[in-house]
Design a protein around this ligand. Structure first.
Ligand code: ATP
Ligand code: MG
Length: 444
């Protein structure tokens, strides 16, 4: 199939917006006679007038050829063999054009290691692709990408856009459409459903109705994805200032139920619980917009906190101390979350830390404030405390106490910093004088 070529004068991408390192790689590959394009999210973002997160390159040079061309190249990856080109300020991913096989076979369908380094393509019994690394043409490469808007390529040979899947039309209509049948593409890789929701929320795009229908139909299959990969995806979904919209779409499509079944049951128990989650995520997004980088601990505390605390309260009534009940419930709930989404042990400990600190933070004056502030979860615990205060009408003199205490601490620490600096300067001057003296003495 011939691609649509959009010449330089008909699109807005200029070389000035592209990383000089990416341009250098593209030009080097061209010079050696290879085809090389800028591909994926960066082309989409440049066309939408956004700053790309990173620049990816696809080429017909094999990983071995790329490695021989660039000294700063490392080959990585098991599922896809990729080249990473390391520069001082960034790493650029260079992949060889890929192709996928359309087959319904359920086990290894091809395994050959030939001179072109063709490797294997394995599907499981659900049709999910576990591994593939077959090299193909630029067209093959475009067709195995997830959405039409992610399959555009920028060709630095003539500065045109190469469009095999009508990505430009969809981009102009701000539409997320899968390449080929959405049912098949989501079966192959259920993470694409999360990606559709992520791009819709982050780029303010509309998910095509057939795509949306299939997300709703196949939402259950997200639990077939490895919990470690889901943890990675959850971070991309919720930590960048659009978590409320993401939650809305996940909830409406039932993906949220498949990801967090127990929490969903609790949410569905009352309108109030649902509103609480919307409200907490809205707060998380506002913090992000005000410059507070979200942490995975803060996100999970905001998401799971009300549910864990609610359960701990009900267990506490059965003559167990609240502290103990909270610890038991926290362990139980986090263990069940980890069945679908792996949370590292450190993260689990810190979420427990954030929630268990709440009782001590509410005491006025608190018992050992200085030992509390050095705990790694302290800053997230303070934010969670503020969130709870906003969500309730109760008196919050503890908030005021902590505000004053932290202000004082900040003032004294900046004074300390200043005096440290002055001390360092004095010491430096003294050393310099001493050195001069010794030098003079040596001359005499
Ligand atoms: P972001 O701006 O978040 O990085 P992106 O589109 O660049 O968005 P990446 O995860 O960096 O996303 O992937 C780069 C490209 O690789 C995508 O644009 C898409 O073409 C392709 N891709 C990534 N994940 C998949 C997938 N699961 N299935 C098919 N193609 C994918
Ligand atoms: Mg990217």
């Amino acid at each position: 199939m011939e691609p649509k070529i959009i010449p330089r004068k008909e699109h807005c991408i200029s070389r000035k917006q592209i990383s000089p390192n990416a341009l250098y790689i593209l030009y080097q590959l061209h010079r050696k006679g290879f085809i090389a394009y800028l591909v994926g999210g960066c082309v989409r973002d440049l066309l939408l007038g956004r700053i790309p997160k990173d620049f990816d390159i696809a080429t017909n040079a094999t990983p071995g050829q790329i490695k021989r061309l660039f000294r700063n190249c490392r080959l990585i990856g098991r599922r896809f063999r990729l080249a990473h080109l390391h520069f001082k300020e960034e790493t650029i991913e260079v992949s060889t054009f890929r192709r996928s096989i359309n087959t319904n076979q359920t086990s290894v369908v091809e395994e050959s290691v030939d001179s072109k380094q063709t490797r294997y393509h394995i599907k499981d019994e659900n049709g999910m692709v576990l591994r593939d690394n077959l090299f193909g043409t630029p067209e093959d490469d475009a067709l195995c990408r997830d959405f039409t808007i992610n399959a555009l390529a920028y060709n630095t040979a003539d500065f045109s856009i190469v469009d095999y899947c009508n990505g430009i039309i969809d981009l102009n209509q701000r539409l997320i459409r899968t390449i080929r049948d959405p049912h098949m593409r989501f079966k192959e890789d259920p993470v694409r459903m999360l990606r559709a929701i992520r791009f819709s929320a982050s780029h303010n795009l509309v998910i095509d109705s057939a795509v949306w229908e299939n997300i709703c139909k196949l939402s259950y299959s997200i639990s077939n994805v490895s919990p470690a990969r889901l943890f990675e995806e959850i971070q991309k979904l919720f930590l960048f200032g659009f978590s409320k919209t993401v939650f809305h779409l996940l909830y409406k499509s039932s993906l949220f139920t498949a990801l967090f079944p127990d929490l969903s049951q609790w949410i569905n128990r009352s309108r109030n619980n649902l509103n609480l989650i919307y409200n907490n995520l809205d707060r998380l997004d506002k913090l992000y917009q005000n410059g507070k980088a979200s942490s995975v601990v803060l996100f999970f505390s905001f998401l799971l906190g009300p549910y864990i605390e609610d359960n701990a309260l009900s267990k506490h009534r059965d003559s167990v101390s609240y502290k103990q009940a909270l610890e038991n419930v926290c362990n139980e709930i986090l263990k069940s979350v980890c069945e679908t989404v792996t949370l590292p042990k450190r993260v689990c400990n810190m979420i427990h830390g954030v929630l268990s600190l709440q009782q001590s933070l509410r005491r006025v004056p608190p018992k050992h404030p200085d030992s509390m502030i050095v705990r790694p979860e302290f800053s997230d615990a303070i934010l969670y405390m503020r969130l709870k205060a906003e969500n309730s009408d109760e008196k919050n003199e503890h908030l005021q106490w902590w505000d004053e205490y932290l202000n004082q601490k900040q003032a004294s620490s900046s004074i300390e910093q200043l005096s440290n600096k002055a001390q360092k300067k004095r010491r430096k001057n003294r050393c310099r004088k001493n050195r001069k003296k010794t030098f003079k003495n040596n001359l005499q």
